[in-house]
Write a new protein. Structure first.
Lengths: 329, 329
């Protein structure tokens, strides 16, 4: 008998996620496998802030969506023998019966001897988000000044390090002194605890006279409004996330940025990383190289136990994670 | 004796311009001209909304800045004999003593037999603003849907017509029924009086299911926030003006747009037209061709009398002008 545990959406999100949104369901998925099918067991799962926004994809009663790294435990498919590590978009579930392997099993990155959990972080979607979302939209040039918020997070910490590789001055904002210390270790030139500093004063110090060339935004809201005031003419802004807004039932309000966008001739672009899907391997290859060379460091915040997934997810909005949030089954 | 009349800034703008901001000063500029110098008399002057924002360039007591079309009345420069029509950036003044003709006399467009006042409108800065600001930033494609506000203005009416030339569906918002009627005459597919309609309802009608591909924004503020909700994925937004904000001492507030920019992967870019200075002639040439072919129509709102410049300027923020505001001396 194979009992699959899965986290389902008990009720729609309304404001911050609470435990009432989640329901653990057990399901017997024992079945005689047909030819071509494989049974997989989750090894690592991921929680990411963007999942809060996917209500259209999350039906009440359905399994929450998301990616996982899993191991093949039963196989009727010679391409995927028992023990094979695979990447699945099968949601928050402990076991997955894969019927159409060619479609359901996603291509895995060349991982060399890196930890498999990185497939969900630096070598996975968050890594490619940083790589393409920063390089393609911000087009950073050597000597330029780069600002990133949510800077100790899965994406932000990579953006800052890529910016250093490209020869930029890097300013990061994060949510604790400990996180800021780590940003300094990573080579950030300035790191501020946004809970303690005045954002304008900090930017006046780190980027005097409105000298931010590139701004990679994970946060949105009034932070972004303020940051736009510190940009240089022809500055580029990559809008990657709006974590400050995900849990609001209405959009946050504040001074509207359009006149500033005009005056400084800014380019502000939002993106979802899958637009670069065709170029994914190019990003993975360079990221792997940088990790091997010690130019990119990563930190994971590992929560043990499938049962704790909701807790790990809710923690994202409290800044409880320090590094990429990973669930180890 | 040559008496030059000039409008100076009596006190800094604070909120809407009022007559207290302007002072008419007379100055005797009779001088024996040196070799190379010319004396010019203004024929047409222009008032444009952007002038409200140029306080850094407008010193209290100084002449208000701006462009004019003038005629040479005295000449000691064989390149500019008496009667030559020139373009000057000499400000709100009736007479100009040009000392360094090579520098102060701006290149004039090839006007064919068009009215000279067009040098300040369709064939001048507003025309190039529409041409480059729309085509370069919005990159409109045949069959796409284009939204423009301030649509009956000097720039907006050209953007809509260029969009029609490019084979787009065009939606315009203007401030009176009469203006909307004219937009329909120009070939706009939809024209709404923003004072009478609900912007969301109008856009749901004209661009169902968020199908605006390109948005050329002259207005800013909450109109822009709303419009961003009606854009298609990968939509392009050209931020040309923020007339709704120019007279505010603080920025208007409203729901912040960053999450919408992210979700729809929009590209929002502000510009000032002089960035395309090197390509000016390319724009003039095509605009001239379109005018000759009857594909671009223009409307001027001519105020007679140099004394009425402040009045014409103040009217811009009330929507009193219908077409490009021109002062005929």
């Amino acid at each position: 008998m194979v009992i699959c545990k899965k986290w389902t959406l008990a009720q729609r999100f309304d404001g911050k996620p609470t435990s009432a949104n989640f329901k653990l369901v057990k399901e017997d998925i024992s079945e005689k496998l047909n030819d071509g099918e494989v049974l997989c067991e989750a090894v690592y799962l991921t929680v990411d802030p963007y999942m809060r926004t996917g209500e259209a994809r999350n039906a009440v009663g359905g399994t929450l969506f998301g990616e996982q790294v899993a191991k093949v435990t039963v196989s009727k498919n010679p391409k995927y023998p028992v023990g094979t590590i695979v990447r699945l978009m099968s949601g928050w579930r402990s076991h997955t019966l894969v019927k159409d392997a060619g479609k359901e099993i996603l291509r895995s990155a060349e991982m060399s001897d890196l930890p498999l959990s990185l497939m969900l972080g630096t070598m996975g979607m968050p890594g490619m988000t940083a790589y393409f979302g920063f390089l393609e939209i911000c087009q950073p040039k050597k000597g330029e000044t780069v600002l990133v918020n949510g800077a100790s997070g899965a994406v932000g910490s990579l953006v800052g390090q890529i910016a250093k590789i490209k020869g930029c001055k890097v300013i990061g904002f994060a949510g604790s002194d400990e996180k800021c210390d780590w940003l300094k270790e990573l080579g950030f030139d300035f790191a501020y605890n946004y809970k303690k500093v005045d954002v304008d004063a900090a930017l006046n110090e780190a980027a005097p006279e409105n000298s931010v060339d590139c701004f990679f935004d994970n946060v949105g809201g009034t932070f972004t409004v303020k940051a736009l005031n510190h940009m240089k003419t022809f500055g580029r802004v990559s809008i990657c996330g709006s974590i400050s807004a995900y849990n609001d039932t209405t959009l946050p309000t504040g001074p509207l940025p359009f006149f500033n966008i005009l005056k400084s001739q800014l380019k502000v672009e939002g993106f979802i990383v899958y637009r670069w899907h065709q170029r994914w391997q190019e990003g993975e290859k360079e990221m792997l190289q940088w990790i091997k060379e010690g130019k990119i460091k990563y930190k994971e915040h590992v929560t043990e136990g499938f049962e704790k997934m909701p807790e790990a997810f809710m923690g994202l909005f409290e800044g409880s994670n320090f590094g990429k949030a990973i669930i180890k089954v």
